[in-house]
Design a protein around this ligand. Structure first.
Ligand SMILES: Nc1ncnc2c1ncn2[C@@H]1O[C@H](COP(=O)(O)OP(=O)(O)OP(=O)(O)O)[C@@H](O)[C@H]1O
Ligand SMILES: [Mg+2]
Length: 461
């Protein structure tokens, strides 16, 4: 069933017309996290990140620039006033310097000479330099020099003034530029972190019911009793899906029950009649061809047994440990009794967790088919990681490709056409596949390297 679905999906994929978005879609499908939890988290976190980046760069950066520009304009105005005062009242230099210090917060010095030091390279991110330069250019328009890294919190400006002198002004950095946005960033990332933690917790609660549903569906698919009873929980949609699943499960269980009851009822009734038949045959004397009638009754009995087994196959058996090595040894002995040779290998642990009786029956059916049609049989079991695979190879006639699905149908036999002995009922493979699927796996047929048929069992363990 699942294999069919896979084929269907692949077929649909191939039919899809190629368009440029397919490539992008494939890229996202390959590179995005696969889990719902991670995806939903991404859906929440990504917009938040984008919003914050935009906020910081568009809004905060502009705001910061504007404040810085106003502040440097104010400082420049102060410096311009000091220069004007020095120019108009040359005798009052000491007084002017004192007032500038006390009232404007400027440390002013008048230095001799008219040569400014060479400009230092402006740090890329420093908008203080740029703003202050622009303001001095427009308001004072004299040669100047700026060192915005004069001290950790200071900015020094030197301006050539009249009389071959240099005015050196040192002011606090926070008077020329808006205090930087570290605090803001800390707040922003702090709150986002808190929000993120909260959304992780909530998301976790939302995902849990979906996981519970998946677990319940999986264990039902494998025909196991779920470890914990399933109750629909969570968001309305999830709960709806859960309810639909429960109803489906009930319907299927009811159907299986009905089928089992009907089949065993019919088989039982028919067998009673067959027993009567046999008795009558035993006491009847002068009927010709009694021999073939007897054989027909035997065949019918065998068919009914198979029917009953098929019906019983669905009844639940608990999981347990099966000793694969012991089972294969037993198969080897049985094959020998039939005069056939069977070899087997096991790769991985020999104890496997399956439903022991069902699984034994599954392998016995496949092996019996193999030694019935071929004379050499090879069984290879491999339990690696999550799957147990067993292949049964024989050197018989095999099955044509177009028949490989049909032989799984109940009562479908090729042997009649091949004129083999008619002891089979055509249920062996149907039962085998039933068992494999109830384990959550499947049986498939292929060509064997030995020339005959290869039956592959693959079940999760
Ligand atoms: N290993 C095989 N090689 C060739 N043909 C096979 C092989 N296994 C099964 N078949 C064919 O598939 C048909 C169906 O097999 P299946 O096991 O379901 O029934 P059966 O063997 O005829 O009867 P039963 O197993 O119920 O006694 C068989 O009739 C047989 O022709
Ligand atoms: Mg068979």
């Amino acid at each position: 069933m699942s294999a069919d679905a896979d084929h269907a999906a692949v077929a649909i994929d191939e039919q899809r017309p190629s368009n440029p978005f397919t490539g992008i879609g494939r890229f996202f499908r390959r590179n995005l996290p696969r889990g719902l939890f991670a995806r939903s988290l991404l859906i929440i976190v990504l917009p938040m990140l984008i919003l914050q980046t935009v906020l910081v760069f568009v809004f905060m950066e502009r705001h910061w620039q504007m404040v810085t520009s106003r502040l440097s304009a104010a400082v420049t105005r102060d410096i311009a006033s000091v220069i004007d005062l020095l120019d108009t009242m040359p005798g009052q230099q000491a007084e002017i310097i004192r007032i500038a210090e006390e009232r404007m917060g400027l440390t002013v010095k008048v230095l001799p000479g008219n040569r400014l030091p060479p400009r230092k390279p402006v740090p890329f991110f420093s908008i203080v330099d740029r703003m202050l330069s622009r303001q001095i250019n427009t308001q004072i328009s004299r040669p100047f020099w700026i060192d915005s890294s004069a001290g950790p919190k200071e900015v020094e400006v030197r301006i050539a003034i009249d009389g071959g002198r240099i005015l050196s002004v040192i002011t606090r950095r926070d008077r020329t530029a808006a205090s930087n946005s570290q605090i803001f960033l800390i707040w922003m990332f702090g709150t986002s972190l808190v929000l993120l933690i909260i959304s992780i917790l909530f998301l976790h609660g939302q995902i849990r019911p979906i996981l519970a549903l998946a677990r319940a569906a999986e264990s039902f698919g494998k025909g196991q009793k779920p470890a914990e009873p399933f109750h629909p929980r969570g968001a309305v949609e999830v709960r709806k899906a859960g309810l639909a699943f429960m109803q489906m499960r009930e319907r299927i269980e009811r159907q299986i029950e009905q089928r089992t009851a009907m089949l065993s009822g019919v088989s039982h009734d028919l067998r009673t009649i067959l027993t009567r038949f046999r008795l009558q045959l035993a006491i009847a004397e002068d009927v010709k061809d009694l021999e073939s009638l007897n054989r027909d009754v035997d065949d019918m009995n065998a068919m009914l047994d198979g029917y009953l087994d098929f019906a019983r196959g669905e009844t639940e058996e608990a999981e347990g440990l099966l000793d694969l090595a012991a089972l294969l040894r037993q198969l080897e002995e049985t094959a020998e009794l039939h005069g056939k040779s069977l070899t087997s290998t096991i790769d991985g642990p020999t104890q496997v967790r399956v439903r022991p009786n069902s699984f034994t029956r599954l392998l016995t059916n496949l092996a019996a088919n193999a030694w019935r049609h071929g004379s050499n049989v090879k069984i290879e079991a491999r339990s690696s990681g999550r799957f147990l695979t067993v292949s049964v190879d024989d050197d018989g006639p095999g099955i044509p490709v177009d028949m490989r699905e049909d032989v799984f149908k109940p009562f479908f036999r090729l042997d009649e056409a091949r004129n083999l002995d008619a002891s089979g009922t055509g249920l062996g493979l149907a039962i085998a596949r039933d068992i494999a699927r109830s384990h959550g796996g499947d049986v498939t047929l292929a060509e064997s390297a030995m020339g005959g048929l290869r039956a592959m069992v693959r079940v999760p363990v």
